[in-house]
Design a protein around this ligand. Structure first.
Ligand SMILES: Cc1ncc(COP(=O)(O)O)c(C=O)c1O
Length: 402
């Protein structure tokens, strides 16, 4: 099928909940590149919205999936399975966690965290209240749109859940004000990715950790987007020298295969008991084998050092581009999670980059978001920068509206 045929069938048969970026129908990928159904190749600096951290079709992930698919794909969680327990062991070994729960997506991982925190809150005498942050994004289920501190995701879906309160990133006082005797935890992203690539300060993150310890609250980090090396460390919390109580993961965890996880620290690792929570597909052998292969690559010697080095280079070059254009207000982020804030909408820049063969995205209206694969190279970064610079030629706040 060509692009036109695929797009026509999509319009006819798929419920259109996504604002599609350009009319791209992608059919194959390899490393940092994808090809559309008409044969045009793109450099992919959006990585399937932070899922393809290892690029497209990483050979280790493909090998693991192929072998596992020939052996055992699914058994349900009524039975034990080897890839799942090995994955849990790996995640625990490389983190603060004592135990893991597996599911299939970021929203589901956050649902698990919310339920775990509520159960802990009820049994510890705290209560079910959870504080989240404005401009956050935690998923699209009813519980996770309630947690998401952005009205645009909640509109039309009321009534939301009770016992959620909102505070502001980098404003510890706003968290203290939202706290009451019914609060059991604070859920946040250390870098608000969808909300505009807003980075928590060290002072805020460490202050919040201290506050949670003092008030006997759970610190719950949504690392769905920031986890698995995206920020240059396996987990974003490592940049802050803090240890959370719960971390949620999805996106890059499975090297492209859907899998989510909730990591629980010693304080809450045994709160869930049989019957409390479940997910039919959660941590099935196929997805777990893919995730096991992905984590082996990410934690292999030199892998993250190399990603950090390339990130430094990319930030340096982007800041030079920013210096040339008054309409670029800031370049921010960490590792391979980068937001470039413009003074006007960036939709046109995204389109112009795609026309030139580079896929990039947005984080809100005015922030251009780059999520290159951790496996990208210096020459691919140079190529992407060349395209971005060309797309910015002649760009003005006025032309942004066209
Ligand atoms: C920080 C964060 N949490 C949760 C989610 C929801 O993940 P999913 O779409 O897999 O449910 C996302 C998705 O963008 C995210 O960025």
């Amino acid at each position: 099928m060509n692009s036109e045929e695929i797009i026509e069938l999509n319009h006819k048969f798929v419920i259109d909940t996504y604002g599609k970026q350009r009319s791209l129908a992608l059919v194959r990928g390899n490393g940092s590149r994808v090809q559309d159904a008409d044969g045009k190749t793109y450099l992919d600096f959006l990585s399937g919205l932070a899922v393809n951290g290892l690029g497209h079709c990483h050979p280790k992930v493909v090998e693991a999936i192929t072998n596992q698919a020939k052996t055992l794909i699914h058994v349900s969680n009524l039975y034990y399975n080897e890839p799942q327990v090995k994955l849990a062991e790996r995640l625990v070994k490389h983190s603060f966690a004592a135990k893991c729960f597996f599911c299939n997506s970021g929203a589901e991982a956050n649902e698990a965290a919310i339920k775990l925190a509520r159960k802990w809150g009820h049994t510890s005498g705290n209560g079910p209240g959870i504080i989240t942050l404005r401009n956050s994004f935690h998923g699209r289920t009813i519980a996770t749109i309630t947690a998401t501190g952005q009205e645009k995701f909640q509109r039309n879906f009321h009534p939301l859940l009770e016992s959620f309160k909102y505070a502001s990133l980098n404003d510890l006082k706003s968290i203290e004000e939202a706290l009451d005797e019914g609060t059991c935890g604070v859920l946040l992203e250390l870098i608000q990715a969808e909300g505009g690539v807003n980075v928590a300060t060290r002072e805020f993150a460490q202050g919040l950790r201290k506050l949670c310890a003092e008030r006997n609250l759970l610190l719950i980090l949504d690392e769905v987007q920031t986890g698995m090396g995206r920020t240059g460390r396996l987990f974003a919390y490592e940049h802050y020298d803090i240890e959370p109580d719960i971390v949620t993961l999805a996106k890059s965890l499975g090297g492209g295969v859907p899998i989510g996880a909730m990591l629980a620290g010693p304080k809450v690792a045994d709160v869930f008991q049989p019957g409390d929570h479940a997910s039919t597909f959660g941590g099935n052998p196929l997805a777990s084998a893919a995730a096991l292969a992905a984590i082996e690559v990410i934690t292999s010697a030199g892998f993250l050092e190399n990603a950090r080095e390339l990130s430094r280079y990319l930030f340096e070059r982007l800041r030079k581009v920013a210096d040339k254009h008054a309409f670029i207000k800031e370049v921010r982020g960490a590792g391979m999670l980068i937001g470039i804030e413009f003074s006007s909408a960036v939709k046109k820049v995204v389109g112009d980059c795609a026309d030139r063969g580079l896929i990039v995205g947005t984080a809100g209206e005015n922030v251009l978001r780059l999520l290159p694969p951790l496996t990208t190279t210096r020459s691919e970064i140079d190529e992407a920068l060349g395209i971005i610079e060309a797309a910015l030629e002649g760009f003005t706040d006025e032309s942004a509206q066209t």
